[in-house]
Design a protein around this ligand. Structure first.
Ligand code: AMP
Ligand code: MG
Length: 324
């Protein structure tokens, strides 16, 4: 049994092909990047429509399968940018109807968590989920993935990208900002932890001002990383203590950052907990995680009617019933 998963919530259009046992056969994607400016939803959707067919066929080729071999089509129903979500949904519905393959629309955030569990062999860890839009500390409680702490304004990735735009680092800026932080020295930025939640916009504003005033870029990048990551580490530690979890799993695009991994790893070690981070290829948005989440939910009996296939732009991690 094989599932084909389609991702299109934001900057990335991806197709992943995964076997029922979790073997990943293909994971192809193309992302919108820019030297200046960020994402304009209608333009990103246009990009996705243009590359959809090419990525689909490349993925089938890489997996050495044809559409006849696919037993389930899964797509990101949300959360995300509506024009982009519609591209993935439309492609999934088209394939489902044309090839008569069962269809399932899943939650993108939950897929970031479960691909981490698959690849790191973790079971019900404390999740630290940091992507462009999302920053959440999550753990399974009962039938829900409960959010124990989250950003009160923008996601960590977006904070780094927003500063990166002011500093001409291109979009997305996280990886470039990480490089530029090397050799920097610390300057105090607004450390904003409110109970179990964090907020990043004050840090971005102050960082932009420092840059305008002529502070070396490496110092600002270094200080941004140290401050944002320390805030996250603080709430993650409190969540570990509260939930009595013994494993922390870092997922989402910002999991690619070595300093963030390092800080969380030190904290875990001091508490006698195990630290794991999703492998780089699967940290950012891609289709393999959408396929795997489709398999998990289908195994537990779910299937959607292609005529009613929806998008759910505002669906939260903790809105989803954990049935798998
Ligand atoms: P996602 O939305 O999960 O695809 O994650 C994308 C986000 O990850 C963007 O905001 C990137 O700037 C960020 N990102 C990617 N690589 C790094 C890195 N090495 N350090 C920090 N952020 C990163
Ligand atoms: Mg994502």
């Amino acid at each position: 049994m094989i599932c084909l998963g389609i991702e299109s919530t934001a900057h990335t259009f991806g197709v992943g092909i995964v076997r029922w046992n979790g073997t990943i056969l293909a994971n192809l994607k193309e992302s919108v990047t820019s030297i200046k400016g960020g994402m304009i939803p209608a333009e990103v959707a246009k990009h996705h429509r243009e590359v959809a067919n090419k990525i689909l066929h490349k993925a089938l080729e890489a997996a050495k399968v044809s559409l006849n071999n696919i037993n389930l089509i899964s797509y990101s129903a949300g959360p995300g940018l509506p024009p982009c979500l519609r591209v993935g949904r439309d492609e999934a519905v088209r394939l489902s109807k044309q090839e008569n393959i069962p269809l399932i629309g899943i939650n993108h955030c939950v897929a970031h968590l479960t691909i981490g569990d698959l690849l790191c062999k973790t079971q019900h860890p404390l999740y630290v989920y940091v992507s462009g839009v999302n920053t959440q500390i999550i753990a399974l409680a009962g039938k829900r993935l409960r959010v124990f702490g989250e950003t009160l304004d923008i996601g960590l990735g977006n904070a780094l990208d927003k500063f990166g735009r002011a500093a001409n680092l291109g979009f997305p800026a996280g990886a470039e900002l990480e490089k530029k932080s090397e050799g920097g020295t610390y300057i105090e930025l607004p450390y904003a932890v409110k109970g179990m939640d964090v907020s990043f916009s004050g840090i971005v504003t102050k960082a932009q001002r420092l840059l305008k005033e002529g502070t070396p870029l490496s110092d600002v990048c270094f200080s941004m990383q140290e401050t944002c990551f320390a805030m996250l580490t603080e709430i993650a530690e409190r969540a570990l203590s509260h939930t009595e979890k013994k494993t922390l799993l870092l997922v989402g695009g910002v999991a690619a950052n070595k300093r963030l991994c390092n800080m969380l790893q030190i904290m875990c070690k001091e508490r006698g907990a195990t630290f794991a981070a999703v492998p780089l290829e699967f940290s950012g948005d891609q289709g393999a995680m959408i396929a795997w989440q489709g398999i998990l939910e289908n195994k537990s009996g779910r299937v959607d009617n292609p005529e009613l296939a929806d998008i759910r732009p505002y669906e939260r991690t903790d809105d989803v019933d954990v049935t798998w």
